[in-house]
Design a protein around this ligand. Structure first.
Ligand code: HPA
Length: 268
């Protein structure tokens, strides 16, 4: 995917260089509709050259440049999912754009299933680390300079930003878990045997996004933090099947807590 035209278009329209990009995951997009965001500048992905007109979900999402809690931020509402059939090149293209625009940090958010027996539905989890189980790597192929051919992932999730998220949670009196996120391609939910296997591998949560974007954001040299909304317990943990509707509703129920956490984080 040639991103030069999109890079130029974004540079030309960006009213400022944001301090951080916040990627709002499934059901967590309410922040992009807040008053501050409505006063900001909204750019649909469809207006950036090279991005598809529509995703399978019917909307490609948008970027909102705005001021939140005294900070200049870029909110990304909606993302391109691998399970929709998009290439990892497209899935991670926003990270290349942010890196080239000079944004120094990204906060990712997503919906995930909880595997850790101590976690409860509706809680939020800071990612300490990840396991890439998608079966593909976004950096495969010719290296994109100036990033290194073999980027280090020892501290993929910035310890300083993680500490700030915990301070933010404490400041607003919210419970915030921490753990390892395992990414699958989806779109099916896992089998109970897969969930047991992932648990044995050291995963605390499972989801269908974020990891490709984190790998590319790190390759771009950006600091990364990520938070999962634990929308359901992993398949087979509870004696009932998973329903996408219930996952969505749990996300919606947690979205206020989530917006609170992001705002408190920006104030830190
Ligand atoms: N598995 C994978 N992705 C998910 C889940 C899950 O249980 N819940 C929300 N996204």
């Amino acid at each position: 995917m040639d991103l030069h035209a999109a890079q130029d278009a974004l540079k030309a329209r960006a009213p400022f260089i944001p301090e951080i990009a916040v990627v709002l995951g499934s059901g967590l997009g309410a922040l992009a509709d807040c008053v501050e965001a409505q006063q900001g500048l909204s750019i649909p992905f469809t207006e950036l050259p090279g991005f598809p007109a529509q995703t399978v979900e019917g909307h490609a999402g948008r970027l909102v440049f705005c001021e939140l809690e005294g900070r200049r931020v870029l909110l990304q509402a909606g993302r391109f999912h691998y399970y929709e059939g998009h290439s990892l090149d497209l899935v991670t293209a926003p990270m290349r754009l942010y890196g080239r625009l000079g944004i120094p940090a990204v906060l990712h958010t997503n919906a995930a299933g909880a595997l850790h027996p101590g976690f409860r539905v509706g809680e939020l989890m800071v990612l300490r680390d990840h396991i890439n189980f998608m079966g593909e790597h976004p950096l495969r192929g010719p290296n994109v300079p100036p990033g290194p051919r073999f980027p280090d992932m020892t501290e993929a999730y910035d310890p300083g930003l993680r500490a700030k998220l915990h301070q933010a949670a404490q400041a607003v009196g919210q419970r915030l878990q921490e753990g390892v996120y395992l990414a699958v391609s989806g779109p099916s939910y896992e089998t109970p045997a897969e969930i047991r296997a992932f648990r044995a591998m050291g995963a605390d949560a499972v989801g269908m996004s974020t990891v490709p974007e984190v790998l590319v954001a790190r390759h771009e040299g950006m600091k990364v933090a990520a938070v999962s909304c634990l929308c359901n317990m992993g398949a087979g943990i509870l004696p009932q099947p998973l329903a996408h509707q219930e996952v969505l509703e749990a996300g919606k129920a947690a979205s206020a807590a989530f917006a609170n956490l992001v705002r408190a984080f920006l104030r830190q």
